[in-house]
Write a protein that binds this ligand. Structure first.
Ligand code: KIV
Length: 271
């Protein structure tokens, strides 16, 4: 049985909710039993496809990766990002995109960025029976508008705007909200005020859960790693070391060895 969006909503104030992004079948297989929630984030456009920003994500890309993550997981609540351009213009477009994502993947919920400005989209998707996760604070889809990745909540006005966004998302019916890239005490304060769980990334340990991008967390990110990331493994070095050893063995003909080739007589050694 998969964890539902409603079950995540009821985790407010309880054991912290463990979330990670996942974009592929093998990673979903590896993460599924460790986490409560897998997010097929539009960060896939940067992490796996090499785009400069998340604006490179398309609905088709999100659906293809969402299908792979659904195939690779059995218990996690799977949430898929609505990419930029698929929901902002009208509530009708937002519902149509969310419906397509859910119908074509079977995921539990969708996520979209925005606060006060996205209330009608969130309310319409929820009214259509699709759970929505909000995303406030630093919103990567607005990077060009904002002129870079800017931490939010450093002025009184910005703190008030963040709180307005958080309450708007909750009142519109979201089951939880990601808070990204904010001053720590602002995220902690919002977490205390909201009745729905807050999921922090570069936010606060007082959020109801945490999320990281999987490639950042396992040390696979080849470009800049944000300050809020903790690398729990160093897969960059492991992969580079493996590739170096393989290249050397191919060049000096020690790979393939006897254990990696087939004989004419032993049929039990089939691939
Ligand atoms: O796209 C993404 O990976 C995200 C998380 C960082 C929250 O939105």
């Amino acid at each position: 049985m998969r964890i539902s969006a409603e079950a995540i909503r009821h985790r407010k104030g309880g054991t912290p909710i463990v979330c990670l992004t996942a974009y592929t079948y093998p990673i979903a297989r590896l993460l599924d039993h460790h986490v409560d929630l897998l997010l097929v984030g539009d960060s896939v456009a940067m992490v796996l496809h090499g785009h400069k920003t998340t604006l490179g994500a398309s609905l088709e890309m999100m659906i293809a990766h969402g299908q792979a993550v659904m195939r690779g997981s059995a218990s996690a609540c799977v949430v898929i990002d609505l990419p930029a351009g698929s929901y902002e213009v009208t509530a009708e477009l937002a519902v149509a995109s969310a419906r397509r994502v859910v119908d074509e993947t079977g995921c539990q919920a969708v996520k979209l960025e925005g606060g006060v400005d996205m209330v009608s989209q969130i309310a319409a998707i929820v009214a259509a029976g699709i759970p929505v996760m909000g995303h406030i604070g630093l919103q990567p889809q607005s990077v060009e508008k904002d002129g870079g990745y800017k931490i939010k909540g450093r002025t009184e006005g910005a703190v008030a705007a963040l709180l307005r966004d958080a309450l708007a998302v909750e009142n519109a019916g979201a089951f939880s909200v990601v808070i990204e890239g904010t001053v720590e005490r602002v995220a902690a304060d919002i977490s205390r005020r909201l009745a729905i769980p807050t999921i922090g990334i570069g936010a606060s340990g007082d959020c109801d859960g945490q999320i990281l991008v999987i490639d950042d967390m396992v040390g696979l990110t080849v470009d800049r790693v944000p300050k809020f990331v903790k690398e729990y493994a160093d897969l960059r070095s492991a992969i580079s070391h493996a590739a170096k050893s393989y290249a050397a063995e191919v060049r000096n003909r020690t790979f393939p060895g006897p254990g990696h080739v087939f004989s004419a007589t032993n049929s039990r050694d089939d691939a």
